[in-house]
Ligand binder design. Structure first.
Ligand SMILES: [Zn+2]
Length: 394
């Protein structure tokens, strides 16, 4: 057994492939299976493991990918968004630098113990975090070089495309057939899920593609474990317009300009498909009024799911207290949070807004092509996937 961040893991008995399917609301899988688009997955449901797990809150990509590969919540590994405010330096920064990571990954540790490990991501933003300290194969589809393109046998896809995710899973199949890593971690992108609801033709087409690769991974002799970083919901009104609460505008009006600082941890360089709008925000009140007054006022707004102070929020969601603002704001299922209206460019949205970040996007699938014993009495989390795949196969 190898212990990483306080949890023990057995060495894999057959090659293990863990897939994080970005934005994979469980309905995408059930609707695709109902439509006959995922015959392989339907066979897995009958003979393997099908469960629903909770993602980390905020239900964003980086915190969840890092929880999955470390086996612990953000309070331990430190990555609580794509983006955060460093109050000591007084700057807002991307959180994709391994300098912000406070825990070792299961991947790096197994590699150090002699296992062969491969990591393939869609976007390059995650590659450095997932590959931190990793002695092994690690590349992104976004920046694949000539050698990788030849290995996978596909042209480099656009960063805004379904093909970016296909490249990741195709690379996983090729690596399994050639280098045959003991552990492979594949992380896709949610381009399709941000645009298309479960059961739509485009969504089913994506999942039909995925199903073919999943079957090839099993045919290659792998234990296949699939989970997701977060779900996805429509964030629009009856007319298809985005339901946005612009928090910075509201707070500037209530408190005076700039007395509160609203941070949206969904912010990243790739905003075309969601306009940097998600259902989680945190608010810094450096010299503002007591947090309680702001909380009461925000909580009374329509479209709010939960508004709480930093300590209560960090306890409940296992977040690092030094990387959260004084107030944590979570919007309801159909609502997203913005800063100032003028700072969000929604011109790139060519489909009604779908996004994530809140409690409504916390349910994710956890599926294995082998039967597993559940941990007694424990709440299943997406970051239990390595524990289930390595320790709990029946
Ligand atoms: Zn994601």
């Amino acid at each position: 057994m190898i212990t990483v961040n306080g949890r023990a893991y057995a060495a894999p008995r057959s090659p293990l492939v863990v897939l994080c399917i970005d934005g994979c609301e469980p309905d995408y899988l059930t609707r695709a299976m109902e439509a006959g688009a995922m015959p392989y997955l339907a066979s897995v449901v009958a003979r393997g493991t099908w469960a629903i797990a909770d993602s980390v809150i905020p239900s964003f990509t980086n915190p969840n990918n890092m929880s999955i590969v470390t086996g612990v919540p953000p309070s331990v590994h430190g990555i609580c968004g794509n983006y955060f405010y460093d109050p000591h330096a007084g700057v807002e920064v991307m959180m994709n630098d391994p300098a912000y990571l406070r825990a070792e990954t299961i991947l790096a540790r197994f590699a150090r113990e002699g296992a062969t490990v491969a990591v393939v991501t869609a976007k390059d933003k995650l590659r450095r975090l997932l590959g931190h300290d990793l002695k092994g194969t690690c590349f992104s589809a976004e920046t694949a070089d000539a050698d990788v393109l030849e290995l996978v046998g596909m042209p480099r896809p656009s960063v805004y495309s379904a093909a970016l995710s296909e490249f990741v899973v195709a690379a996983g199949v090729t690596l399994l057939a050639t280098a045959r890593p003991d552990i492979t971690y594949l992380s896709t992108t949610d381009y399709v899920q941000h645009k298309h609801a479960p059961g739509t033709a485009a969504a089913n087409q994506f999942y039909r593609m995925l199903d073919g690769y999943l079957g090839r991974l099993e045919a290659g002799g792998a234990t296949v474990a699939l989970t997701a970083d977060h779900g996805m919901n429509a964030k629009t009104d009856a007319g298809g317009r985005p339901n946005v609460v612009y928090l910075q505008d509201l707070l500037d009006g209530w408190l005076g300009d700039g007395r509160a600082r609203v941070i949206l941890p969904i912010t990243d360089p790739y905003v075309v498909h969601h306009g940097a709008l998600g259902s989680f925000a945190t608010v810094y009140l450096p010299d503002g009024p007591p947090a309680g007054e702001v909380i009461a006022r925000l909580a009374a707004l329509p479209g709010m799911e939960l508004v709480i102070d930093r300590d209560a929020g960090c306890r409940r969601f296992e977040l690092p207290v030094d990387r959260m603002g004084d107030v944590i704001v979570i919007a309801a299922r159909d609502t997203v949070l913005g800063t100032s209206e003028a700072r969000h460019d929604l011109s790139g949205l060519d489909a009604p807004l779908r996004s994530h970040g809140g409690l409504a996007e916390q349910r994710v699938p956890l599926v294995l092509n082998r039967p597993a014993r559940p941990a007694p009495g424990a709440r299943l989390r997406n970051f239990d996937v390595f524990d289930v795949a390595l320790n709990r196969l029946a």
